[in-house]
Design a protein around this ligand. Structure first.
Ligand SMILES: Nc1ncnc2c1ncn2[C@@H]1O[C@H](COP(=O)(O)OP(=O)(O)O)[C@@H](O)[C@H]1O
Ligand SMILES: [Mg+2]
Length: 311
């Protein structure tokens, strides 16, 4: 199976300032993105995400290592023929309307006007900007700008979309809108590579993630493999128990919280949860919910940071 993106031991060392101090922005990163996948490249600010994207899109040369898009070297302009790219903090032609902005970019790609006339309203609709299509972008909210940017990356009907921080600076609703657009792209069979410093964004939509810290990938793989099997305990919510039962249950749990008429217990071992269920029944209490607690990406990252700190 051929990968849409393949990166091997990619490195970038910047030399800056009068003393040419070196900054190792990306330190030997390797990964592969298969067709039709959503790949999240996740890490805090300064981790090296944008630098890696610049190498993927041929904007800068790697210090070492190689990158391929659709099997072609990333330096080869042909590798970008089927690529849509949203740079970080996209520059907008503020005085254009979204419709004009899309025509402008479509024309740059050599898309005939007749095709643009048909495609642009569809694109505006899919990013929820139909009503604002003829308003100048300078009057747009951050979320609308981001969606206009997304529409621009899609104007050439690419198979691969690379998005640098598409959810950055958006409120939860704006983030969800962008996530939904990304999911819809995957449904159409497109491959999406995006960066984010917000772990939850990745957790909700990614097939595969790589977590980058200080230029190095510290966790990588399919979310199902990274998090799926590992159920770490459970969360039990009960009501209608008396003080004595509460004490007995608390003794079995790692954490007990009183929430008005309800009691929440967290256990690290699922078997304990079973025993607690029996206890609740004996005490004639009611179980409101029993939810297995999956390991989250955040747990993983916290472990990684702790490990980094130790080494
Ligand atoms: N053109 C540049 N010259 C020198 N250092 C840079 C340059 N671009 C980025 N860096 C440095 O490289 C590191 C990674 O930056 P960047 O790739 O922008 O991270 P991210 O996108 O994850 O926030 C940071 O320490 C940043 O200061
Ligand atoms: Mg960045």
């Amino acid at each position: 199976m051929s990968s849409v993106i393949r990166v091997e031991e990619l490195r970038k060392t910047y030399r800056t300032g009068f003393w040419m101090r070196s900054v190792e922005a990306v330190r030997g990163v390797s990964f592969e993105v298969a067709e039709g996948e959503i790949f999240g490249f996740i890490g805090p600010n300064g981790a090296g995400k944008t630098t890696a994207i610049k190498m993927l899109t041929g904007l800068i040369q790697p210090t070492a290592g190689r990158a391929w898009i659709h099997g072609m070297p990333a330096q080869d302009p042909d590798s970008r023929a089927r690529l849509g790219f949203l740079p970080e903090g996209t520059f907008f032609h503020e005085y254009l309307t979204a419709r004009e902005f899309l025509h402008f970019h479509g024309a740059l790609l050599g898309i005939p006007r007749a095709v643009r006339e048909e495609r642009i309203p569809q694109l505006l609709a899919r990013v929820g900007l139909s009503d604002a299509a003829d308003r100048q972008i300078r009057r747009y909210s951050k979320g609308m700008r981001q969606r206009a940017g997304l529409a621009q990356t899609l104007i050439g009907d690419p198979d691969l979309v690379i998005l640098d921080e598409p959810m950055s600076g958006l409120d939860p609703i704006g983030r969800k809108e962008v996530r939904d657009i990304i999911l819809a792209l995957r449904d159409e069979g497109k491959t999406v590579f995006f960066t984010s410093h917000i772990l939850q964004d990745a957790e909700v939509i990614c097939d595969q993630v790589a977590i980058l810290l200080h230029g190095k990938v510290v966790q990588q793989g399919y979310l199902d493999d990274l998090l799926g099997q590992e159920i770490s305990g459970a969360e039990l919510v009960v009501e209608g128990i008396d003080e004595a039962a509460f004490q007995r249950l608390s003794a079995m749990a790692q954490r007990a919280v009183v929430q008005g008429p309800r009691f929440l217990f967290e256990v690290d071992d699922e078997n304990d949860a079973e025993k607690m269920l029996e206890q609740v029944r004996e005490s004639r209490g009611r179980v409101r919910s029993l939810v297995p607690r999956r390991r989250s990406l955040e747990d993983l990252l916290v472990e990684d940071v702790a490990r980094e700190g130790r080494s």
